[in-house]
Design a binder for this molecule. Sequence first.
Ligand SMILES: *[C@@H]1O[C@H](CO)[C@@H](O)[C@H](O)[C@H]1NC(C)=O
Ligand SMILES: *[C@@H]1O[C@H](CO)[C@@H](O)[C@H](O)[C@H]1NC(C)=O
Ligand SMILES: *[C@@H]1O[C@H](CO)[C@@H](O)[C@H](O)[C@H]1NC(C)=O
Ligand SMILES: *[C@@H]1O[C@H](CO)[C@@H](O)[C@H](O)[C@H]1NC(C)=O
Ligand SMILES: [Fe+2]
Length: 651
Amino acid sequence: MATLTPFFLFVIFSLFNPSTPSPVSLSVTPTVLAASGDPIRIQWSGISSPSKLDWLGIYSPPDSPHDHFIGYVFLSSSPTWLSGSGSISLPLVNLRSNYSFRIFQWAESEVDQHRMDQDHNPLPGTTHLLAESQRVRFGLTRGPEQIHLAFTDKEDEMRVMFLTEDGGGKQYVRFGERKNRLHEVVAASMARYEREDMCESPANGSIGWRDPGWIHDGVMTNLKKGVRYYYQVGSDSGGWSSTHSFMSRNWDSDETIAFLFGDMGTTTPYSTFIRTQEESIATMKWILRDIETLGDKPAFVSHIGDISYARGYAWLWDHFFTQIEPVASKVAYHVCIGNHEYNWPSQPWRPMWSQRIYGTDGGGECGVPYSLKFNMPGNSSEPTGTQAPDTRNLYYSFGMGAVHFVYMSTETNFLPGSKQYNFLKHDLESVDRKKTPFVVVQGHRPMYTTSNEYGDAPLRERMLEHLEPLFVKNKVTLALWGHVHRYERFCPVNNFTCGSMEQNGEDWEAFPVHVVIGMGGQDWQPIWEPRPDHPNDPIFPQPKSSLYRGGEFGYTRLVATKEKLTLSYVGNHDGEVHDMVEILSSGQVVSGHEADVADHALVHSTFSWYVKGASVLVLGAFIGYVLGFVSRARKEAAMRNSWTPMKTEDI
Ligand SMILES: *[C@@H]1O[C@H](CO)[C@@H](O)[C@H](O)[C@H]1NC(C)=O
Ligand SMILES: *[C@@H]1O[C@H](CO)[C@@H](O)[C@H](O)[C@H]1NC(C)=O
Ligand SMILES: *[C@@H]1O[C@H](CO)[C@@H](O)[C@H](O)[C@H]1NC(C)=O
Ligand SMILES: *[C@@H]1O[C@H](CO)[C@@H](O)[C@H](O)[C@H]1NC(C)=O
Ligand SMILES: [Fe+2]
């Protein structure tokens, strides 16, 4: 009887509540979109007793069950919601299936505290459907999407990867030095992965899994050095992309330029099951500014792990690649693996000491989307131990101008005796320092950090024991890490001891400078250390070896000539340089002392060429996808309601 009562009351209530049968109208325009990022306008009217929790569910495919929305927006984010009608604009990303929208009524009393998203916000209730929209689709012959470039092992090549809905037709890359004469044509190979390749939920579940489409991979060959090439991807039957261009690699150029960061993620114009990273918009915006400003100088991007933060929710990968395309279609986009691409409880290499380090952060993806959606140089791979394709893009290196760049995996075996250790040792020992005086090593989890991050301590111990001696012996210039969502620059260091940075005398040591650059977009995290005796008064100890710590989101910019390498930290709030370090080819650190850093005059004079006239250039097509006002609406909608996102230590 007790369980029947609410139902009974509901029926009686419905019979006597005149608002129940009121027709709510819901319409969408347009219903055919040309490309990812194009907005639709959703309008509704006729809600007779609006609740501030009424919400719009976003469905793809359109026949998904009510609780399998990919995201939602509160109707109260429209200023006119109290009148029972309103409208919302949403840019949509092509998920290779149609979309539909549904409006549900939801009340505070129906909030189910047991169905929470990752931010501990209750997932909206689907009991009272008010209206369903017509379907929205993406037009045919639009050409492939999610275009991104990468270097290969050959200096005169450029790889381009892209996505199509079906594998029906062979895809091609056509390219050339003149925009209207793309006479060179290469066929792309294609691959896909299946639901059964995912290791766990949410990645293999009905909510997280979506068909990933077909991934195409073409290599443009015989490129001249340092020349602008134009290209298109697609096919006559399936349509061609718009024309993009890039500067080909110039392996003996005088200047090497790269934009480096970790932990960026992506964002959606709606709330979804897990937290997304709105700051990624600003990170891409400023890097695009820098690339536009560079003109005909080649550069590349380095994103060192925790890439899309999809964690098993497939559509977030689509958002990520749509969001980076304005950058990644112009310069090579290089990656290494992070915990959020990979970790799952039965991952093949999981020694006793790492049990608490390698958890479930990959959301059941177990490295499969990462391995197929990117194709980095080298041929490193590890079996997944399941039917899924091997994990690739683990460790590799390439030279560019004055710098030898090395990428490693902190998620798979790096201990002496492993393939990775042998690769790192051999690679570091065989760099010709006359040709590339600088060596930059990058990996996801830091060897050095002073954040309150005890969990990874056993891993750091092993990195310090086994990798640091390799780095020191082979005079690694810079070691860049992510995972901690901050910027932190250390002194040239060995075994926690700073090498001398004496500027005038000869008394200096060429130790690696470690920098944590995980400030690309995922939520800020505190560095404080709780004290047992004063739990409410955390302290912020900054040891002598840590020279600069910043909580500002942003990225780093590396500029190197044969004589000098400069790494600067650009903050997203103003696009300006907030810290920098300069290292000579001898290994001597010539600036980046605490005192120098405060000297903004130096910072500005060195980098003014970057900023000149640049800010106007970025307000183009990208802003169309920037979602600014929509995400603000989402934030405000979230704020108007009684819960606020809780910060978990999700790194
Ligand atoms: C999307 O809808 C159209 C009709 O509007 C239909 O022809 C098409 O097959 C649908 N696409 C998918 C992927 O279901
Ligand atoms: C997801 O993977 C887990 C672990 O392999 C398996 O037990 C489960 O049945 C899978 N779920 C689906 C829906 O395939
Ligand atoms: C992988 O690359 C290394 C170095 O380029 C080479 O020695 C090795 O034979 C390659 N292995 C495979 C399986 O191709
Ligand atoms: C690192 O320093 C500690 C203490 O300062 C010392 O005990 C240890 O032997 C050093 N390790 C190496 C490899 O030099
Ligand atoms: Fe991480």
